[in-house]
Every structure is written in structure tokens, then in C-alpha cells.
Design a protein around this ligand. Structure first.
Ligand SMILES: NC(=O)c1ccc[n+]([C@@H]2O[C@H](COP(=O)([O-])OP(=O)(O)OC[C@H]3O[C@@H](n4cnc5c(N)ncnc54)[C@H](O)[C@@H]3O)[C@@H](O)[C@H]2O)c1
Length: 459
């Protein structure tokens, strides 16, 4: 089939490339000329395993094209997918301005019988609104607007797209639904479940799914807090919960609060939708508040650890919102670092992929090329992202180079039993029952280096 993809972000580009992999002819369009120029040269705007190789293969085969000319891109296409951003707007509502603009831009050029489909995460009613926008431009033109929400995760986007748990097709017209079913035929043939429904349900499925996953994270974070008070171990508790098939084991790892480009804005949009339609969502409303509080709480724990150290320095390991991505949108680091800096803490940091993007948002951080350099002479090491490489840090090497041996592992990557051997005071999440490290071992003289600058604890 002939497909146009509007927007070449994480979702648009990955989806476009994967649709080419399924055998379709795909043109990807973006209003960002620089991005399109780079893509034509094979340079991706983000790091995502497998996308660059597949893109290059399909460009060579002539199945994948990039353009800034939206009108040209959508003319004579069977399906036009809109995958532009839907960021957080006022009062938590989704900002649909990019979707509306895209609809206005493609309206004059789409051919009769085109199926326009919304890949972007959009609130209930958006497919109908986009239909009205295009109809107001094109009058009697015969076309359809459908919903096909995307569930891929950054870091495993290609695998998620090609082997999804389900494909959701929301269409209020049988023929339009059939067109999308045909698009996904190579996956449906493999037995991937299909949910075929109306646009309203499809739109709600996406928000409800993200809200539910975020609730799982919020729940396990609260249980981890409880474990710390009762000498429980969250990994045992999570395993015991997760093996129940009604619950499932994913999203049951405690952390510094969820972030990323989806959960924070989608939970807010879901709650706002509930308020707008007089069906409040108090579980999600509470979750949103608690998740922000959790990030602040981590920063406050760090400051308490540093309270009697002069001119403290913290080394952050991981600024991406999760591992295997360079995306820092709403990451824990973006919330925690400014709180530390405002309190007078110097911050050094390392992330394998996300440093360039984070540096633009965290200007006063000293960036380093490896974890050991980032933790050199620091008073406290703070692990915020679950990069696999951090599991095998050389603790003996760190113990020699850190000024004070305090490690706060917000992803439970390290073995608590190992820590006392290297003289670390080790903090992690929800591991109240495992042996605690000996009380902090200080490098002595370092504690009294320079005039003591007291920390400003947030109120
Ligand atoms: N990132 C994820 O993991 C993920 C997963 C599932 C769903 N989603 C949803 O998919 C949508 C896109 O997310 P993303 O992370 O890919 O966004 P993104 O910000 O990475 O990319 C959006 C792209 O759209 C382009 N764009 C904006 N207006 C345009 C227009 N009028 N015409 C052409 N291009 C235009 C931008 O230049 C940008 O390149 C959002 O609604 C998001 O919630 C994201």
C-alpha cells in the first residue's frame, strides 16, 4: 500500500520505517526541514536500536522517502497517518494544535477515498474533529478519519511495532477499517490480536492503557516505601505479585517516579478528559500528584545525606527517562538536578546516550564520558536510569575515587550485600530487609575541605 506519515518523531519515523519493512511504500513528511535533510543523509534525530539500519535498507530499495512537501506527500496515498506531537497543554488537557495544523495542511491535497488515521495519542473526539477540519476545506470529498493508537516503547520500538501485543483499529466505517486491516495484514497473519472498534473507543484505549501502566508504577513505588519501613524486600514482593497472571510482572520495579514523553502527559490528559466529561478519575489524579512528589522526595533524601558535608558534589548516573533511549523528556534527572543545584550542590553526570539532549536542559552540569569520571571526587553517586552497564560498576574503583562513599541506587541495580565490603553507605528503594551498609565511611579530610557551605533544603 501507499502510505504517507506526517511527523518523523519517535513514533512517526519508527512506524514509517517498520511499514516499509512490511512491504509498503512509505513517504515520511515533516515540517522540520533540517530533520528531513538529515534523514535523507541517513542521520536519525534520536537513538533507537534498529531504526537506522532498516531506514537505510528501505531508502536504498526505494520504498522509503523523506520530504518537507506535505501536499505532495499525501496526494495519491491509500493511508495518511498523522504522528505529530500532542504535548501537555493548559490544565493538563492534551495540546492538539499540531494535530489540527497537520489536518489543515493535508486537507487541500488528499485524494478521494483516502483513509486518514491518527497515530498520535489524542483525546476522545479528535478523529471526529479532524474529520470536520478536513471536510470544512474539502466539502463533498469522500474520505475517512480513523484512529490507530501506537503502543511502542522507546528503547524497544522496532520489536514492539513488529510484534505488538495487539493492534487497535478505530474506525466508524467498515471500508476504512478494512483498509487498515489490509495495512497490518503481515502482522495479523502472524496471529497478532486485532481490536477493531470505533474511533472513540480506540482513542480511550490508548489513554486508559497508559494510565493503568502508570498506576502500576505508582503502586509499586508506594509498596517499596512500605517495604523500607517494615524490613521488607520489594523485589520478592513484586515477584510474588507479578507471577499472578491477572497482574503480570511488568512495570513492577520501583524507581524515582515515571517520566518520558508519554506517561506524564497522558495521565494528565486522561484525568482532564474525566473532569471534562464529569467522570472524574481520582486514582489517576492522585497518582499524578504522588509521582511529582516522588521525584522531589528523592532529591530531599539526597540532600539529607549531604547535610553535614561542605561544598557537596553529586554524580548522577543516567539522565534518560529510561534505559536504551536518548529521550530525556520529563526524566527524573530533569526534576531532581535543579532541586540539588538550588540547594547548593554541584552536579556532575554521565549517560551513555542522552547527554547531548540533557545538556541543553541542564546547563550547569559537568558532563563526563564515563561513569567513573562522573563519580570522581563526588560525595554521593545517584543512579537514576536503569542502564545495564551500571549493574557491573567496578565498586573497588569507585570506592577509591569518590570523596564520600554514598551510593543512592534509585533502580536497585546493585547488590546491597556487596556494598559494605567496599565501605559504601548504600541506599536503594524498598529493600528494608536486606543488610544495610555500614554507616557512611568518609574519606576523612575530604569532609572538611574548604569553607562549609550549608545546603538550602527545599521547604
Ligand atoms: N514517543 C513514544 O514512545 C510514543 C509512544 C506511543 C505514542 N506516542 C504518541 O505519538 C505522538 C508522537 O510522539 P513522538 O514522541 O513521536 O513525537 P516527537 O515530538 O518526537 O515528533 C513529532 C514530529 O512531528 C513533527 N511535526 C509537527 N507538526 C507537524 C506537521 N504539521 N506536519 C509534519 N510534521 C509535523 C515534528 O517536527 C516532529 O518531528 C504523540 O501523540 C505521542 O503521545 C509516543
Amino acid at each position: 500500500m501507499r502510505v504517507a506519515m506526517i511527523g518523523t518523531g519517535y513514533v512517526g519515523l519508527t512506524t514509517g520505517v517498520c511499514l516499509a519493512e512490511l512491504g509498503h511504500d512509505v513517504v515520511c513528511a515533516d515540517i522540520d526541514g533540517n530533520r528531513i535533510a538529515q534523514l535523507r543523509r541517513g542521520i536519525l534525530p534520536f537513538a533507537e536500536s534498529g531504526v537506522a539500519e532498516m531506514a537505510s535498507r528501505h531508502m536504498t530499495r526505494g520504498r522509503l522517502h523523506f520530504t518537507c512537501d506535505l501536499a505532495n506527500a499525501v496526494a495519491e496515498r491509500d493511508i495518511v497517518m498523522i504522528a505529530v506531537g500532542t504535548p501537555k497543554g493548559a490544565e493538563g488537557e492534551a495540546d492538539l494544535s499540531f494535530v489540527r495544523n497537520a489536518a489543515r495542511q493535508i486537507a487541500p491535497a488528499i485524494a478521494p477515498k483516502t483513509v486518514v488515521t491518527l497515530k498520535s495519542t489524542v483525546v476522545v473526539g479528535t478523529a471526529r474533529e479532524v474529520r470536520e477540519i478536513i471536510a470544512s476545506e474539502r466539502g463533498a470529498l469522500d474520505f475517512w478519519v480513523t484512529s490507530n493508537p501506537e503502543f511502542l516503547r522507546e528503547g524497544s520500538a522496532v520489536a514492539d511495532f513488529l510484534r505488538p501485543d495487539r493492534i487497535v483499529i478505530g474506525a466508524d466505517d467498515h471500508d476504512a477499517a478494512q483498509r487498515l486491516i489490509q495495512l497490518y495484514q503481515p502482522l495479523l497473519r502472524e496471529g497478532i490480536p486485532l481490536v477493531e472498534t470505533g474511533t472513540t473507543n480506540a482513542e480511550l484505549i490508548k489513554y486508559a492503557a497508559n494510565a493503568f501502566l502508570a498506576l502500576k508504577i505508582g503502586f509499586i513505588n508506594d509498596v517499596a516505601d512500605l517495604c523500607e519501613q517494615i524490613e521488607g524486600d520489594i523485589s520478592a514482593v513484586a515477584q510474588g505479585i507479578g507471577l499472578d497472571r491477572r497482574i503480570g510482572s511488568s512495570f513492577l520495579a520501583p524507581g524515582p517516579g515515571y517520566g518520558g514523553s508519554c506517561f506524564p502527559k497522558d495521565t494528565e490528559a486522561f484525568a482532564a478528559t474525566g473532569r471534562r466529561h464529569k467522570a472524574p478519575q481520582p486514582l489517576v489524579e492522585t497518582l499524578i500528584v504522588r509521582n511529582e512528589k516522588r521525584k522531589r522526595g528523592i532529591a530531599e533524601r539526597v540532600l539529607r545525606e549531604l547535610s553535614d558535608i561542605g561544598n557537596p558534589t553529586v554524580g548522577i548516573l543516567g539522565v534518560a527517562f529510561k534505559a536504551n533511549t536518548d529521550d530525556v523528556r520529563e526524566s527524573a534527572a530533569l526534576a531532581i538536578v535543579p532541586i540539588l543545584q538550588q540547594a547548593g550542590v554541584s552536579v556532575r553526570a554521565f549517560d551513555p546516550w542522552a547527554q547531548t539532549k540533557a545538556a541543553a536542559l541542564l546547563p550547569s552540569v559537568a558532563w563526563h564520558d564515563d561513569p567513573y569520571a562522573a563519580l570522581e571526587n563526588v560525595d554521593l553517586g545517584l543512579i537514576l536510569t536503569e542502564w545495564e552497564a551500571f549493574r557491573s560498576l567496578d565498586l573497588a574503583r569507585l570506592a577509591l575515587s569518590m570523596r564520600n562513599r554514598i551510593l543512592f541506587d534509585c533502580r536497585n541495580l546493585l547488590e546491597p550485600q556487596e556494598m559494605p565490603r567496599h565501605g559504601f553507605r548504600y541506599l536503594s528503594l524498598g529493600r528494608g530487609g536486606v543488610p544495610r551498609a555500614i554507616k557512611q565511611v568518609s574519606a576523612g579530610a575530604a569532609r572538611s575541605q574548604g569553607p562549609h557551605r550549608s545546603l538550602r533544603l527545599p521547604s
